[in-house]
Design a protein around this ligand. Structure first.
Ligand SMILES: Nc1nc2c(ncn2[C@@H]2O[C@H](COP(=O)(O)OP(=O)(O)OP(=O)(O)O)[C@@H](O)[C@H]2O)c(=O)[nH]1
Ligand SMILES: [Mg+2]
Length: 251
């Protein structure tokens, strides 16, 4: 039976990885996890290679240095797509390793895929704010960014900068990943925007987001700056036909 692939970019997340991986398998026992690691100097590669599940349900894609979250996801998606040809997966899930995205929510993201969605977005903000332990300025930045994206692009989603998503593998594989150049928040927005433009059936699922308890944030001013100019750049690609602009239609 096909199982989901969980693609996770990692950079200095060893403190979180034992708990993260165990919690993924507790939530979805058949899940396969691909860590895309950018030469973390904290022993991540050695830990993965010594893991009893290494190359069974825990995989490692090693890169030479810190090349950015966006390109880590692109490399991970391409790796999974290639493997999908011989060993099909039922879904591709992307999420952070720092436990801000609760592995227990993975089944909630997979359910709408089974019901026909092409992309499922976890949302912190639909029906109220569900973010714990964030300083107010970080929350306001995230809420403001979401409003900015909706306003400039017309995408109707409540949390367009979120990084916890589930894709129908065939849809993801059909995307031209070479046209994606953004990183950080802009990467999250751009991939959703591409799917929305193609008329994918996109659903939102509420999650609770908890600030990281261990490890160090890789958020930077550069990532925020990039998102600000990338959004109007994306909007210039246009909008989908009116029949799909609510994000609920499929192609
Ligand atoms: N491979 C790779 N992973 C990265 C890179 N930058 C960040 N990550 C990973 O991407 C995920 C998200 O990064 P975070 O630092 O948690 O970013 P954030 O969630 O916006 O920031 P915080 O809320 O402060 O944690 C984590 O799993 C990181 O380890 C990178 O350049 N390469
Ligand atoms: Mg984080």
């Amino acid at each position: 039976m096909a199982s989901p692939f969980i693609v996770v970019p990692t950079y200095h997340e060893l403190e979180n990885l034992p708990r993260f991986t165990e919690r993924v398998w507790a939530a979805v026992p058949e899940a396969r996890i691909l860590l895309v690691d950018d030469a973390s100097g904290d022993g991540t590669p050695a830990w993965v290679k010594a893991h009893p599940r290494y190359e069974k349900s825990l995989f490692l894609l090693e890169r030479a240095g810190k090349l950015g979250l966006g390109s880590a996801y692109l490399a991970g998606f391409a790796w999974v797509a290639q493997r999908h040809v011989t060993e099909p997966c039922s879904a591709v899930v992307q999420m952070d390793a720092d436990l801000s995205h609760d592995p227990q929510s993975i089944p909630d993201l997979l359910r709408p895929l089974d019901a026909g969605a092409d992309l499922v977005l976890a949302t912190r903000y639909r029906g109220g704010v569900r973010v714990t332990n964030w300083p107010l300025r970080r929350l306001l930045l995230s809420l403001g960014a979401g409003q900015y994206v909706r306003w400039i692009t017309g995408m109707p989603f409540s949390d367009p900068t979120g990084g916890f998503k589930a894709f129908r593998p065939e849809k993801l594989a059909a995307l031209d990943l070479k046209q994606i150049h953004s990183d950080g928040y802009a990467f999250q927005i751009e991939v959703t925007h591409l799917g929305w433009m193609k008329g994918w059936k996109i659903e939102e699922v509420p999650i609770v987001f908890e600030d990281r308890q261990a490890g160090v944030s890789k958020m930077s001013l550069r990532i925020v700056r990039e998102a600000i100019w990338r959004v109007p750049w994306l909007a210039m690609r246009g909008r989908p036909a009116p029949s799909v602009s609510n994000g609920k239609s499929s192609s």
